[in-house]
Write a protein that binds this ligand. Structure first.
Ligand code: C5P
Length: 226
C-alpha cells in the first residue's frame, strides 16, 4: 500500500498543486496538499496572536488542529478549520510566508507527520509538498520534483492570486519566493530537496498538460512493473 503513493515536491509556485490535482483526478486517487496543513497552523497561530517562533504553542496547535477537507459541488476542496471555512484565507502570500516560518520548527513537523500519512487510503494517494518523497512517503512508487525559475513561479503566483481577488506586484513576489526558497531549502529538518530517486522536471518551458503527461507516463510504466 505504501507503494501506491506519488509524491510531487518542489518550491513555491512550481505548479505542484495543479499537477497533483490533475494526476489524482486522472487516476481516481486521493490527494494530500501538505502545504495546506502548514498554512493552517500558521493561520491559526496568527488568529490567536501566537508568535511564529513559539515552538511549544505552535506544536500544540498542530496537534489539536481540527481540519476537514470537503469536496464541494464544483469539484474543488473546501478547507474547514475548527468549523470555519478558511479555503481562501490560507492562500494569501502572508500566510504562505508564515507557513514557511512555522515549518522550520521540528516539533510542528513531527506533530503533522502521522496526520499526513493517514491520507494514504485505497486506491492510492498523490501527495504534494516539500518533503513528501524524502521524509513522509520514502517508499512512494513515483517521486517527482518540479522546478522553475523564480521569475516564472512569481508570474504564476501573481495570476493565481489575481484569480482569488488579491493584487500583488511582481518584484515583491519574486523576493518572497526567493526568501521562502532559501528558508525551505536551508532548514535543518526536512529541507526542500529532490529525493535521490526523484524525476526532476523543469517546468519553465512546459505547459501543465505536458507535465501531467510526463508524470502519468512514468506512473503507468511503474504500475505495470508492480
Ligand atoms: O505548498 P505551500 O506554498 O502551500 O506551502 C507553504 C509552506 O509550507 C512552504 O513554504 C513550506 O515552508 C511549508 N511546507 C513544508 N513541507 C511540506 C509542505 C509545505 O515545509 N511538505
Amino acid at each position: 500500500m505504501a507503494q501506491s503513493v506519488i509524491t510531487l515536491d518542489g518550491p513555491a509556485g512550481s505548479g505542484k498543486g495543479t499537477i497533483a490535482h490533475r494526476v489524482a483526478t486522472a487516476l481516481g486517487w486521493h490527494m494530500l496538499d501538505s502545504g495546506a496543513l502548514y498554512r493552517l497552523v500558521a493561520f491559526d497561530a496568527i488568529s490567536k496572536d501566537i508568535a511564529l517562533d513559539d515552538e511549544p504553542a505552535l506544536t500544540e496547535l498542530a496537534r489539536s488542529l481540527e481540519v476537514e477537507f470537503v469536496a464541494n459541488d464544483s469539484g474543488a476542496t473546501d478547507i474547514v478549520l475548527h468549523e470555519k471555512k478558511v479555503t481562501l484565507d490560507i492562500r494569501t502570500e502572508e500566510c504562505g510566508c508564515a507557513a514557511s516560518e512555522v515549518a522550520a520548527c521540528s516539533a510542528v513537523r513531527a506533530a503533522l507527520l502521522e496526520r499526513q500519512r493517514d491520507f494514504l487510503q485505497s486506491p492510492g494517494l498523490v501527495a504534494d509538498g516539500r518533503d513528501m518523497g524524502t521524509v513522509v512517503f520514502p517508499d512512494a512508487i513515483v517521486k517527482v520534483y518540479l522546478t522553475a525559475s523564480a521569475e516564472v513561479r512569481a508570474g504564476r503566483r501573481q495570476k493565481q492570486l489575481k484569480e482569488q481577488g488579491h493584487d500583488a506586484k511582481m518584484s515583491g513576489l519574486v523576493r518572497d519566493i526567493q526568501e521562502r526558497d532559501a528558508r525551505d531549502m536551508g532548514r535543518k529538518d526536512s529541507p526542500l530537496k529532490p529525493a535521490d530517486d526523484a524525476l526532476i522536471i523543469d517546468t519553465d518551458q512546459l505547459s501543465i498538460d505536458e507535465v501531467v503527461d510526463k508524470v502519468l507516463t512514468l506512473v503507468n510504466s511503474r504500475l505495470k512493473l508492480k
